[in-house]
Design a binder for this molecule. Structure first.
Ligand SMILES: Nc1nc2c(ncn2[C@@H]2O[C@H](COP(=O)(O)OP(=O)(O)OP(=O)(O)O)[C@@H](O)[C@H]2O)c(=O)[nH]1
Ligand SMILES: [Mg+2]
Ligand SMILES: [Zn+2]
Length: 379
């Protein structure tokens, strides 16, 4: 087993003439040349789990060709770039993968790849099982699930602190999606230079009140004159970990990454004056290796985050409320007016409690969508 693997590696190494294979291949002509891509992680910064390594070995044992273990480090308009121990190349999907498989490949996925003799493009033969999967539903309960990134340890929820626009609901919703996927959650409130210190402190407190004290909340600002909070963001993703920035377009995700890099490597864009909404500047999903830290995935901004099927995430973000909900008299209790409601009994004293209100809003949305998906779910 191990023998085949080392032979595989040697074969690939012999084939590799240059560190980077630069031709795009069919349909990929408009993609950025690989030699121009910067901030890619080194292969040894990416560590697959033993389960994934075993799955790779098993897959290799079943086929005759030479395969390499690779990680998807970028998706440019859906086209993956794969990093192996020896090189980085663009890859297509082998005929063995069905369309539904390859539309699901995500940045962070470990794959078994092959570079056919004389080809510039690799062929992804198999997507190895994921340890985690940051996924959201698009288009409501009848929509489809979209994986934003795979094998991620930390989700950084990014929201801009522009005047009067803090959305606790949106932050909590992102935290629920992240927690459902098994990732740690942190919040970064950006653009703190555009509001008063009092407003920054009040915003931080209200996020802590909803998400609890265990969720790190960093306040950052990056402007021409000064930056702050950047080292706190860096420490959210220590070496060996992979994080992802999640937030709406214009929240300042790419700006934060540039500040962490110390140079303008990523494109950033202006926001609309009227409502602060961004212009979807980032179109690539890519891993960015952060100096003195781990890897962070930059993503295009998200317009929507539907609450469909994230019950486990809701219970992880609000464990005390979810525990109480299990003790309500009625299985379909909405925790608003029912007799025997433990949620109201324990947490209902303060009607203004933003934590309970946020829970109820998200639970209600999930309950409505769950009715169309799984009638047996209790939340
Ligand atoms: N004043 C101020 N402006 C900021 C800060 N961070 C980002 N911006 C500005 O906000 C705008 C959007 O920033 P981006 O980094 O492109 O936002 P993004 O989240 O990557 O957006 P998408 O790529 O569209 O998803 C840019 O004009 C930035 O200069 C900040 O801390 N302070
Ligand atoms: Mg961006
Ligand atoms: Zn109840």
């Amino acid at each position: 087993m191990a023998k085949r693997n080392s032979r595989t590696r040697r074969n690939i190494r012999r084939k590799a003439q240059a560190k980077v294979r630069d031709k795009g291949g069919q349909g990929a002509g408009q993609l950025p040349e690989l030699s121009t891509l910067t901030e890619l992680p080194a292969f040894d910064q990416l560590v697959c789990s033993s389960r994934q390594a075993e799955a790779f070995q098993r897959y290799c044992d079943g086929v005759d060709e030479s395969l390499s273990l690779g990680c998807v480090v970028r998706l440019d308009r859906g086209y993956p770039a794969v990093l192996t121990e020896d090189e980085v190349f663009r890859a297509e999907f082998s005929a063995q993968l069905t369309k539904s498989d390859f539309s699901r490949v995500a940045v962070g996925d470990w794959v078994a790849v092959r570079v056919p003799h004389g080809h510039d493009m690799g062929l992804i033969e198999c997507i190895l099982p994921r340890e985690s999967d940051i996924a959201r539903w698009r288009g409501g309960s009848r929509g489809e699930k979209q994986t934003l990134a795979a094998n991620v340890d930390v989700v950084i929820v990014v929201q801009a602190l522009e005047k009067g626009r803090l959305s606790l609901n949106r932050i909590a919703r992102s935290a629920v999606v992240a927690a459902d996927c098994g990732a740690d959650v942190a919040v970064v409130l950006t653009k703190c230079d555009s509001v008063s210190v009092e407003e920054v402190n009040a915003a931080r407190e209200s996020v802590c009140a909803v998400l609890g004290k265990n969720c790190p909340v960093v306040c950052s600002s990056v402007d021409d004159s000064a930056t702050s909070g950047i080292e706190d963001v860096r420490s959210l993703v220590p070496a060996g970990k992979i994080g992802i920035m999640l937030g709406q377009s214009g929240a300042g995700k790419s700006t934060l990454l540039n500040a962490l890099l110390g140079r303008e490597a990523l494109e950033t864009g202006s926001v609309r004056e009227s409502d602060g909404v961004g212009r979807h500047t980032t179109v690539t999903r890519r891993m960015v290796a952060i100096p003195n830290a781990g890897i962070i995935v930059d993503e295009p901004g998200l317009r929507t985050l539907q609450m469909v099927g994230h019950e486990r995430g809701l219970a992880k973000v609000f464990p005390d409320i979810a525990d109480a909900a299990r003790e309500c008299r009625f299985r379909n209790c909405t925790h608003t007016h029912e007799p025997g409601c433990m949620v109201q009994e324990r947490f209902g004293a303060n009607e203004q409690d933003s934590r309970l209100q946020t829970y109820l809003t998200l639970a209600n949305e999930m309950r409505e969508s769950a009715q169309t998906l799984d009638p047996d779910i209790v939340i």
